[in-house]
Design a protein around this ligand. Structure first.
Ligand SMILES: C[S@@+](CC[C@H](N)C(=O)[O-])C[C@H]1O[C@@H](n2cnc3c(N)ncnc32)[C@H](O)[C@@H]1O
Length: 209
């Protein structure tokens, strides 16, 4: 799947489906918040939610007082859903409609890189390498990356697309042990709106200074 096809796929998903009915929908991003609670964030911390889609993580972070928030997604329709839900509070967020494998992000700009259920869709080595390069370019030294993907016993496909399943050690290998340390990991069983379960691994990494 090339970049244009990827964009078209996700745009269609959010235009044609209710964001509360997609398999990855969660009422509360509890696992993400739990692990972000392990990071010494301050109100000055800059956080990017990569492939944030219509997730309510940005709502939760705003409620907790964080003001330097960026949500990036390949689908502008997904961002529209989140913006509409937030109303005027959406003006306090930076919204980027971009493919993370080609996005032009500022260097050393973020203290936290959050990704739930995006990286596992990058099944070709070129896209995977581009994602890691974007992360390394825009995450500050000593910053944290919280990446949640399907776990080894998680689904092989999602939204009609193939996925790569990881454990925390596999994610660390992709990021590179020369720059990253695994701080925390959790296995979470996500219950989909239709009642199925999906095994996710949440892995929190710290970048060296
Ligand atoms: C499974 S959904 C997860 C959405 C959100 N993180 C959540 O937890 O609800 C995957 C999201 O990644 C976005 N996405 C997929 N490929 C992307 C890419 N290459 N760059 C940026 N966003 C992407 C999709 O539009 C979609 O919103």
């Amino acid at each position: 799947m090339n970049g244009a096809e990827r964009k078209q796929h996700w745009q269609r998903v959010y235009l044609e489906r209710d964001a509360r009915e997609v398999s990855w929908f969660e009422d509360s991003p509890a696992a993400s918040l739990e692990l972000l609670g392990c990071v010494n964030l301050t109100y000055a911390s800059s956080v990017i939610d990569v492939g944030g889609g219509a997730s309510a993580l940005v709502d939760s972070m705003l409620t907790r007082g964080f003001e330097h928030l960026t949500v990036l997604d390949i689908s502008s329709a997904a961002l529209d859903v989140a913006r509409a839900r937030l109303g005027v509070a959406a003006d306090r967020v930076t919204w980027l409609a971009a493919d993370i494998t080609t996005a032009d992000l500022p260097a050393a700009a973020y203290d936290v890189w959050h990704d739930r259920a995006v990286f596992h869709f990058l099944t070709d080595p070129t896209s995977c390498a581009a994602y890691v390069a974007a992360l390394k370019n825009s995450l500050r030294p000593s910053g944290h990356a919280l990446i949640a993907t399907f776990a080894p016993d998680g689904p092989k496909t999602c939204s009609g697309l193939e996925t790569i399943r990881y454990d925390a050690a596999g994610l660390l290998e992709v990021l590179g042990t020369d720059q990253f340390t695994l701080l925390e990991q959790r296995i979470k069983q996500h219950v989909t709106p239709s009642g199925g379960t999906q095994a996710f691994v949440y892995a929190l990494f710290k970048r060296s200074s």
